[in-house]
Design a protein around this ligand. Structure first.
Ligand SMILES: [Zn+2]
Ligand SMILES: [Zn+2]
Length: 195
């Protein structure tokens, strides 16, 4: 641990939360002098205190240990950059408009990299007048199915969570261009431009 980096991080996060050194110290049943010492880089928090400290500051323990907060660009909220995260254990689907440190069921999740649609994961679009009918002709068995279909435009995202024995379909209003996604429980994420 680099105590001066860690101290700077603690001080930054504490101020973001508008908390005084004393408030944090009281929550942790330690002396505010200890917090002040950390923030000045004169010592690092003891490992036994990290879990509590990370909860109070709202960051992962690893972030405190590294003393770095990798920050996203401020325009990271753009929908077009939407990333999908899927928990293989429980099926949870999480979207984020920037990279995020996410975990589910105790496991760290990495965002999915979409592959362009292939013959077995073909995303068909039918123009129905006012809307598009999106459909993926793919098995929908318990162990191999499309678990969601999504549309991501520049300021909108629509996502349909699907279950086995359903059809892999989604209706979307004809609002804008964007990207279509289909996630196969076996083969991962597939995408296609919607023009
Ligand atoms: Zn999970
Ligand atoms: Zn598949």
């Amino acid at each position: 641990m680099d105590c001066s980096k860690v101290g700077y991080l603690i001080s930054t996060l504490r101020k973001e939360k508008c908390m005084t050194q004393k408030e944090i110290a009281d929550k942790m049943n330690i002396s505010d002098k200890t917090i002040s010492k950390w923030e000045r880089g004169l010592g690092c928090p003891d490992v036994s205190l990290l879990a509590e400290l990370s909860k109070i500051l709202g960051v992962n323990i690893e972030k405190i240990l590294s003393g770095d907060l990798e920050e996203n660009d401020k325009d990271g909220g753009n929908m077009k950059r939407t990333k999908f995260y899927v928990c293989k254990n429980c099926g949870n689907v999480i979207t984020s408009t920037s990279e995020a440190d996410l975990s589910c069921c105790g496991r760290k999740l990495d965002y999915l990299i979409a592959k362009p649609e292939d013959e077995t994961h073909k995303i068909s679009v039918t123009d129905m007048g006012g809307e598009y009918f999106i459909n993926v002709d793919h098995p929908m068995h318990k162990n191999h199915f499309i678990s969601f279909v999504a549309f991501v435009g520049y300021d909108k995202a629509l996502i349909a969570k699907l279950y086995p024995e359903q059809n892999a379909e989604l209706h979307i209003p004809k609002i804008q261009r964007g990207k279509l996604y289909a996630y196969c429980s076996e083969h991962g994420l597939w995408s296609k431009e919607l023009r």
